[in-house]
Design a protein around this ligand. Sequence first.
Ligand SMILES: Cc1cc2nc3c(=O)[nH]c(=O)nc-3n(C[C@H](O)[C@H](O)[C@H](O)COP(=O)(O)O)c2cc1C
Length: 155
Amino acid sequence: MKYLVVYYSRTGNNKTIGDAIAQALSADIDVIIDKKKRKGFLNWLRAGRDSIGEKLTEIEFEKDPQDYDTIVIGSPIWAGRLIPPLRTYLNSVNLKGKRVAFYICSQSEGYREIFPQLKAMTHESELVGTFGITEKRFKEGDYNSDLEAFIAHIK
Ligand SMILES: Cc1cc2nc3c(=O)[nH]c(=O)nc-3n(C[C@H](O)[C@H](O)[C@H](O)COP(=O)(O)O)c2cc1C
C-alpha cells in the first residue's frame, strides 16, 4: 500500500499532525502552497472572506495522487468553512477510486461540519477515516490515542 499525506498548514498545526501520520504510515508527504499571501492581519481577514465566498486560489503542489493507493489530506478551517487552498486542491486532482482520509485541526469543533462536505466532494473515493482535533487539545498534546486509532483505521 502506497500512502500520500498532503496538507495545507498556515501556522504549523496541521503540518505537525500530518508529519506524524506520514511517519507512522511510511508515507510520502506533499505540501499545498497557497500562492496568495496569508500572513498578517489584513490577509487573515481576506482568508476568512475567501473561505466564506468559497473562492479558489492559486496553489502549488508536487505529487500526483494517482501514484498512491491512499491519500490522507489535512488542513485547518477558516471562518467555519473549507479553506480555498484545499478546495482548489480537490478541484485539481483526480481521487476517483482512491482510498481517502481527512484530518482537521481547528480552533473549535467546526471540523464536524466540514467532514461531510469533504466526503461529498470526494464521493467517487472510498472514505477510510476522519480525524478532527481542536487546537487546545493539539497544544496540550492530548490526542495521541485518537490519532493512533485514525492511523490504524487507514492502514
Ligand atoms: C482566517 C482564519 C479563520 C479561522 N476561522 C476559524 C473558524 O471559523 N473556526 C475554527 O475552529 N478555527 C478557525 N481558525 C483557526 C484555525 O483553523 C486553527 O488555528 C488551525 O489549527 C490552524 O492550523 P494550521 O496551523 O495548520 O494553519 C481560523 C484561522 C484563520 C487563519
